[in-house]
Design a protein around this ligand. Structure first.
Ligand SMILES: Cc1ncc(COP(=O)(O)O)c(C=O)c1O
Length: 421
């Protein structure tokens, strides 16, 4: 490890000790700082350190909302996690505090230049009381990738998870007990220095809030109609579509509004003159087509820089591949599924629909897990998409059942991260 690199990123320490556990967090990089002698005034900035976590409990806990009245993102639990960062000191001591407002300078870079990114994951309560999160390591990885893309500070994802674990354990009564319910977790990282000028932030705040949520489809699966959006784009090559940046979402609202005005539930982002399918609203997209030999192909667009690498997307791909390879067979699926991460455009959807080879189309994401689609408004007409008898298609249904079984603890899996027993 180069001491030049270290002293560039590190600030001065006054302690005369050798700190073997401290790590430097620079914008985009992390270095192990073993054996840095601080007697030489080596400058060290800190990574997130769960052992420095302080907890201040609320003096006025809120009344728990009735589960049947929950609406996504409207109610927040009693506490939140905050971790400040400066480029001089690195990550400060994490604190769990009563849920409350955040003080920001009107000059804060997040307000002017959208230096903001976030994650979305859930904590599930199993029947035996165990609380788990689903593959949160993937969210931590994605959050760090987003941070690097915005020149915001990266961090040790495991350390943040440890702190989130404490937050959820403290507020575990906020995880509704009813089946299909969960606690939505929203980690967010923003640039906070109050200085105008487009530059890497010198101060940042990472905070985590949580919100109890009910099932996305309380009355069973209802396939949604999509409007094929060609007048706006969500992402472009070299852009930021592959990162979970706040700035990707605000411009999507007009596309969503336009779809709603035309009678569609969500919009389907079509890219380029060939109208490549990319994502559904804020979900990844899968199409299922039978090839000319009758083999079922599960297709999702490749991670080409325009697609958000969804945790659900990755899980669906893994389950389908494990099924075909025999690692774990899922009842109800054809013996062989060809799993493809490849481009697919509206021309292929229409052609396969005309030839009776289109099996289904669905979105995937943490919120709803699987959302079946029954039609796409395109070029002034509607392309009809087949759906199964209870709303879900024949391929998405067994994949959904397996995923939900894992998340709720009915199926054992090392994808579950235990928060509390
Ligand atoms: C744009 C976009 N695509 C896809 C997804 C699905 O990702 P995940 O499965 O990790 O929730 C999300 C939700 O996070 C999203 O915002």
């Amino acid at each position: 490890m180069s001491s030049v690199r270290l002293s560039f990123h590190f600030t001065r320490l006054t302690q005369s000790a050798t700190r073997s556990s401290w790590r430097a967090t620079a914008t985009g990089s992390r270095y192990m700082s073993q054996n840095i002698s601080t007697t030489e005034e080596a400058a060290v900035s800190l990574d997130i350190e769960p052992s420095r976590l302080t907890v201040t409990k609320t003096m006025s806990p809120k009344e728990l909302p009735a589960s049947k009245n929950l609406m996504f993102g409207r109610t927040f639990s009693d506490h939140m996690l905050k971790i400040r960062w400066t480029d001089a000191t690195g990550w400060e001591a994490p604190s769990i505090e009563p849920f409350g407002t955040i003080n920001l300078s009107p000059g804060a870079t997040v307000l002017h230049y959208a230096q903001s990114l976030f994650e979305g994951m859930k904590a599930y309560r199993h029947e035996d009381g165990t609380v788990t999160m689903f593959r949160p390591d993937m969210n931590m990885k994605r959050m760090n990738n987003s941070a690097k893309r915005l020149a915001l500070p990266a961090f040790d994802g495991n350390a943040l998870l440890e702190c989130i674990k404490e937050l959820i354990s403290l507020d575990r009564q906020w995880i509704p007990k009813e089946s299909g319910h969960s606690l939505y977790i929203r980690p967010t990282l923003i640039g906070t220095n109050g200085t105008l000028g487009v530059a890497p932030p010198t101060e940042a705040l990472l905070f985590v809030i949580t919100s109890p949520v009910g099932p996305y489809y309380p009355h069973g699966f209802k396939p949604v109609p999509l409007h094929g959006t060609t007048e706006y784009i969500r992402a472009a090559p070299g852009g930021t579509g592959a990162y979970k940046l706040a700035a990707n979402y605000a411009p999507g609202v007009v596309a969503q509004k336009s779809a709603a005005k035309q009678g569609y539930a969500q919009n389907l982002w079509l890219h380029g003159p060939e109208h490549w399918l990319t994502e559904v609203g804020t979900m990844n997209l899968f199409a299922v087509i039978k090839d000319k030999d009758g083999i079922t192909e599960l297709i999702t667009p490749p991670l080409d820089g325009m697609i958000l690498p969804g945790v659900t997307r990755d899980s669906v791909l893994a389950l389908a591949r494990n099924h075909t390879s025999g690692v774990k067979r899922l009842g109800g699926l054809p013996d062989v599924i060809k799993v493809s991460e490849r481009p697919i455009n509206m021309g292929e959807i229409i052609q396969s629909s005309k030839e009776g080879r289109l099996v289904e189309l669905f979105g995937t994401g943490t919120a709803a897990v699987v959302t079946p689609v029954d039609r796409i408004g395109y070029n002034g007409g509607d392309v009809t998409i087949p759906t199964g008898k209870d709303g879900m298609g024949p391929i998405s249904e067994p994949l959904w059942a397996e995923l939900v079984g894992i998340q709720t603890g009915a199926i054992k899996s090392n994808w579950n991260y235990v928060v509390a027993q």
